[in-house]
Design a binder for this molecule. Structure first.
Ligand code: PNS
Length: 158
């Protein structure tokens, strides 16, 4: 039984995230989507809502569990779950520069490996922060995030 962990803030989930989760599910028997939050910081969306967005946006028959974790090292979560790998998507060199030290640190701490999947080039420009800003100022983010997220972003406009 192979299990991987797809960690992130998912604040909110984008179609780029979902693409990586679905592709990870083709490589491992089970995927745990870890919604990591900093208990000291208020995110854009409450953690419960972030979990709901992901759960509602994934195909029901995928071997995926969606769970929240706060205030803990990723490596400890991976160990507790019995995850053999951390899976992350890379949109380009900037992502790689951000992810590489974390992958090396995580391997230094417990030996856990990080597996990088190339992000869908059609979604290279998509990030949680950018879609939030674009929607906030009236832009249409349809096709970049699940409809449930788009509707929630529209509902939050001032
Ligand atoms: O979606 P994000 O914000 O890029 O995800 C980053 C995240 C949450 C995966 C990363 O910050 C993380 O692993 N946080 C948990 C705390 C931890 O283990 N920090 C040390 C990383 S080497």
């Amino acid at each position: 039984m192979s299990r991987c962990l797809c960690p992130g803030s998912y604040d909110p989930v984008t179609n780029g995230h979902l693409d990586i989760i679905v592709r990870a599910a083709a490589l491992y028997d089970e995927v745990v989507v870890g919604v990591l939050h900093n208990p000291a910081k208020r995110g854009r969306f409450p953690v419960e809502q972030r979990l709901e967005f992901i759960t509602r946006s994934l195909p029901a028959d995928l071997p995926v569990r969606v769970e929240a974790f706060g205030g803990r090292l990723l490596v400890d979560i991976a160990k507790e779950l019995g995850a053999t790998a951390i899976v992350k998507g890379l949109r380009g060199g900037t992502d790689f520069a951000y992810e590489l030290p974390m992958a090396l640190m995580n391997r230094h701490l417990t030996g856990v490996e990080t597996v990088f999947l190339p992000g869908d080039p059609a979604l290279e420009h998509v990030s949680s922060s950018l879609v939030t800003e674009v929607s906030q100022y009236g832009g249409d983010v349809t096709g970049l995030v699940p409809d449930v997220v788009r509707d929630a972003l529209v509902a939050r406009r001032d």
